[in-house]
Design a protein. Structure first.
Length: 573
């Protein structure tokens, strides 16, 4: 049996203050994982209450932080994830200092120094990454995973509303939610009846006519076998609950929304207004009530259209790169299909990431343009309801055709490896966990990430072609592999630590970093602070266009190569 962790979700404990003012745990933390059986394509739920993690302590005192240490040279410690900080302090004999730091409001600075301690290893791994890594080490890795995918879209009733129905206020009722199931090629549509609009009843009474006249002409010839399932309901609550019932029954592994922050926030805020049971409705029915949890993590990263955006802080290059993340206890991960498409292609920024634009460029399939029929969205909803539903359903079909071609989900899961999917778009997380995995398989334990609070950024990046992630090599015993014939395979991720070691640039051999330049006046002996920034020099040192002679000439008034050659010619005349 081949099994792979598809997705993970960690929920922190709930804390309240008792009568003495002390924090008490009222609900424990838990980790939920979806584990895929690649042979049966069945997805099982795994829930661990009060999850535990391991960290490692050097058997002999270490003087400097090392990028790794042999397993034989460390002792293993197992603790509850929520207790790891106090356990780390205890391992260093600093338990009392830990509580002093809490009382003094200096816990962050104290723990920063703890993580920098050269005697602790693999002590800063996130619990979700730890679980995925441990599962792989125990069960083996799986390269190819069958995925059950779906694509959803909502519409709200703006037929009598002035202005834009922003998701934060969600002023308009959801009148239809549409979903396309990739595996069965089935459209699921939930529609709200409205006695004030007789066209909805006309459509319900002749649903086959709607399919034949409106939907079939929109489908490519290869998709004429698509199926349709319609649910007409009387309340908005039923629109929402019926949609999630479809999700629970079909159990897709992933459901993509194009710009999930609008759709999902609208659903959540409408559910609040309707006093619906949000966890009970959205979470999978197999999840026990005490583990039902729903939360939308909104990515508020500031947008920058050039450089790092100023201020020394990294920023998203385009609003489509914002990686919103929706947590809901269950077998399905809802994700932003637009953001994944954009993040998988960071090498370029397109003029538009609207669904219509990407559908046209990738698969030559576009949304229904109601304007061609003389309507706005508002008037189509009110005066030509079948055209409106044709528009609403076609959106999920465009989403399906895009993913069918680009297969971003499979590439993303392969790329993230043992990193939790919520952080897979951050290359630093993926590299760190890839290094940890590589070292572990070689009998080594990775060190902690050490930050020196220096925020100078070097422009440029290693960019790979996402299409290459799905290439397969020769078959071994009938199974696909990553072994290829007559090629050069450059594995940048695994080379990353080796380059650091062989080039002697690992932190274990790092003496320091240029932060400020000071020279001493030969006559007075006074220190003179030079008007040169450390980051400027660091950037020059890491640029292939600058030689050590160029740096000396620019920053220290030393002769450059041309001056040296000129003097040499004069000297040898």
């Amino acid at each position: 049996m081949a099994r792979k962790v598809l997705n993970t979700m960690y929920v922190r404990p709930e804390m309240t203050r008792d009568g003495t003012g002390r924090l008490r745990e009222t609900k424990p933390d838990f980790l939920l994982a979806t584990i895929k059986d690649t042979e049966t394509n069945h997805t099982e739920l795994y829930i661990e209450e009060k999850p535990k993690v391991k960290f490692y302590v050097a058997n002999k005192r270490q003087e400097f932080p090392a990028i790794y240490i042999p397993k034989a040279d460390v002792s293993e410690r197992l603790c509850r994830y929520t207790d790891r900080e106090i356990e780390l302090a205890t391992a260093l004999g600093k338990k009392s200092e830990f509580f002093d730091a809490i009382r003094g409001g200096n816990k962050y600075l104290f723990m920063r120094d703890v993580y920098r301690n050269p005697n602790l290893y693999m002590a800063d791994i996130d619990v979700e990454d730890y679980f995925k890594s441990s599962f792989t080490w125990e069960n083996g890795d799986v390269l190819k995973v069958p995925l059950k995918k779906g694509f959803s879209d909502i519409e709200v009733d703006i037929s009598h509303y002035k202005g834009f129905p922003f998701s934060r206020t969600a002023p308009c009722a959801i009148n239809t939610i549409n979903h396309f199931d990739f595996s069965t090629k089935t459209f699921y549509s939930t529609i709200l009846r409205n006695p004030a609009n007789p066209q909805i009843a006309e459509m319900e009474n002749n649903i086959q006519g709607f399919i034949n006249n409106h939907m079939m002409p929109e489908l490519l010839e290869e998709d004429k076998d698509c199926k349709f399932v319609f649910y007409f309901v009387n309340t908005e609550q039923e629109v929402i609950s019926t949609y999630f019932s479809v999700i629970h029954r079909t159990e897709p592994d992933f459901v993509g929304f194009w710009a999930i922050d609008y759709d999902m926030l609208t659903i959540l805020n409408r559910m609040k207004k309707l006093n619906m049971d949000i966890p009970g409705t959205i979470c999978h029915p197999e999840v026990p009530d005490k583990f039902k949890y729903v939360h939308f993590h909104e990515d508020t990263t500031e947008i920058s259209y050039g450089g790092d955006g100023g201020g020394g802080e990294k920023k998203a290059g385009h609003k489509s790169r914002r990686w919103h993340w929706f947590q809901a206890s269950g077998k399905t991960q809802f994700y932003d299909q637009m953001s994944l498409y954009s993040n998988m292609r960071k090498i370029i920024t397109l003029p538009s990431y609207r669904l219509d634009a990407i559908g046209l460029s990738e698969v030559k399939v576009q949304k229904v343009d109601y304007k061609d029929h003389g309507y706005t969205l508002k008037t189509a909803m009110r005066d030509n309801f079948q055209l409106f539903m044709r528009y609403a359903l076609k959106d999920t079909y465009v989403q399906y055709k895009i993913e069918q071609k680009v297969d971003d989900l499979s590439k993303y899961i392969l790329f993230t490896g043992n990193t939790r999917l919520q952080k897979g778009v951050k290359i630093s997380y993926v590299i760190k966990n890839s290094i940890m995995d590589s070292f572990w398989k070689d009998g080594l334990v990775v060190g902690n990430t050490v930050s020196y609070d220096i925020k100078d950024f070097i422009p440029g990046a290693i960019v790979s072609d996402p299409q290459l992630l799905l290439k397969r090599g020769i078959k071994i015993n009938g199974k696909e592999s990553f072994l290829f014939e007559n090629v050069i395979d450059l594995d940048a991720a695994s080379m990353y630590p080796n380059i650091m070691i062989f080039a002697n640039v690992a932190k274990s051999t790092l003496l320091g970093r240029i932060y400020e330049l000071v020279r001493r006046d030969e006559k007075t002996g006074k220190e003179i602070h030079m008007n040169i920034s450390g980051p400027e020099i660091n950037s020059s040192l890491q640029t292939i266009d600058a030689s050590i002679l160029d740096i000396g000439a620019k920053f220290f008034n030393l002769p450059n190569l041309e001056s040296i050659l000129k003097d040499y010619k004069e000297y040898t005349k």
